[in-house]
Design a protein around this ligand. Structure first.
Ligand code: PLP
Length: 403
């Protein structure tokens, strides 16, 4: 086989479809967020980031930064091993206790990312619970889908957020161990699961509940425990999974649950066992961030205010955006080439960075700009974004009328 030809052919196809991924090269400057430097072919420019998952700007928070710096100075850089072989640091255990407390669970277990935590936990549950069936919401994240696939357990897909469909499918599965896997905030449409109904249906069928709160931890609930905390449901959910890389501004993933459940995953999950532990300084920074957001509602309130303001300004300028109850504002474009082009013009001519979201992150025809306002976006930033989008919208409307 001519491997090079094969690689080039596949890439050319992506380019023809408009789905080839181009990463913007940026440098975050501590204290300046959401302004970053953008490096491009012709030099550098300052741009405002509108698509960051550092939702609350905690990656630049002085307490979080200080914790990491102090931990590096005291513990060095890496963990030095897997958790099993010399890498189990005191700071990991402190963070796990903090996470267990955040979700009101007995225990927590850290992973190197949210992706790995889903992949490892679901593949272990599916593989190690005899005769298990995993019932997965049709819009679950790739990390959950891959974990389920790797488990080789039987899988049943239920219609997105449709608890009645889940009920029917649980009934059809009959008397087997059942795991219901779903998310709280779906990151591309920004919609929120009908969690109470899902939990009640799962309980009625004796199913284990697996909830991904990746886009909600730090963001919702009085202490940042996510939608399950906000709705008083955390206690009724068996396993809550989250990330330290989005609202907490660091990196890493975790699960929380009963002692036995976490010990089970700790003991059998290859994605936990056979990899170097997170650096202790990451654990220190994540602990500081979680502690801060347990106490302070200021960042969450400011973020909600920014989201409401941007939505109102988009409405006032007739720029359509998907309605939802979360912090995620999808502006639908519906064409990969146009989406890329709008994103490029925003960056180049307006100093606005919104990454185009194309297939396979969303279905073909559902291409969009995904805007995530944060507490550090000023009124002037919002006005500038809306002016830029309005100008582009008018140009698109004119191009449409002429065509
Ligand atoms: N779960 C969901 C729903 C996600 O959207 C993501 C990433 O965006 C992940 C898990 C993975 O989390 P991490 O970025 O920490 O790997």
């Amino acid at each position: 086989m001519n491997f090079e030809e094969h690689f080039r052919g596949a890439l050319d196809q992506l380019k023809t479809e408009g789905n080839y991924r181009i990463f913007a090269e940026v440098e975050r400057k501590c204290g300046a967020f959401p302004k970053v430097r953008h490096f491009h072919e012709d030099g550098e420019q300052e741009v405002t980031v509108w698509c960051s998952n550092d939702y609350l700007g905690m990656g630049h928070h002085p307490t979080v930064v200080d914790s990491m710096v102090r931990a590096v100075q005291s513990c060095g850089t890496g963990a030095g091993g897997t958790r099993n072989i010399s890498g189990n640091n005191h700071l990991h255990r402190i963070l796990e206790a903090e996470l267990a407390d955040l979700h009101g669970k007995d225990a927590a277990l850290l992973f190197t990312s949210g992706y790995v935590s889903n992949w490892a936990a679901l593949s272990t549950l599916g593989a190690r619970i005899p005769n298990a069936v995993i019932l997965s919401d049709e819009k679950n994240h790739a990390s959950m889908i891959e974990g389920i696939r790797h488990s080789r357990a039987d899988k049943v897909i239920w219609r997105h957020n449709d608890w009645r469909d889940l009920d029917r499918k649980l009934k059809a599965v009959g008397d087997r161990p059942k795991i219901v896997a779903f998310e709280s905030v779906y990151s591309m449409d920004g919609d929120i699961a009908p969690m109470r109904e899902i939990v009640e249906v799962a309980e009625a069928h004796g199913a284990l509940t697996y909830l991904d709160e990746v886009h909600a931890v730090g963001m919702y609930g009085p202490r940042g425990g996510g939608i399950s905390e906000e709705r008083g449901l955390a206690e009724r959910i068996d396993l809550i999974e989250g990330t330290l890389g989005k609202a907490y501004g660091v990196v890493g993933g975790y699960i929380t649950g009963s002692d036995a459940l976490c010990d089970f995953i700790r003991s059998f999950a290859s994605g936990f066992i056979f990899t170097t532990a997170l650096p202790p300084a990451i654990a220190a920074a994540a602990t500081a961030s979680i502690r801060h957001l347990k106490e302070s509602a200021e960042e969450r309130a400011a973020q909600k205010d920014r989201v409401a303001r941007l939505r109102a300004r988009l409405d006032a300028h007739g720029i359509p955006h998907m309605a939802n109850d979360s912090h995620i504002i999808p502006v639908m474009i519906g064409d990969p080439v146009k989406c890329r082009m709008i994103s490029d013009i925003l960056m180049r001519e307006w100093g606005v960075y919104v990454q185009p979201i194309n297939y396979p992150t969303v279905a073909k025809g559902m291409e969009r700009l995904r805007i995530t306002p944060g507490p550090l976006h000023s009124d002037a930033d919002i006005d500038h974004l809306v002016t830029a989008l309005s100008a582009l919208w008018k140009q698109c409307a004119i191009a449409h009328a002429v065509a």
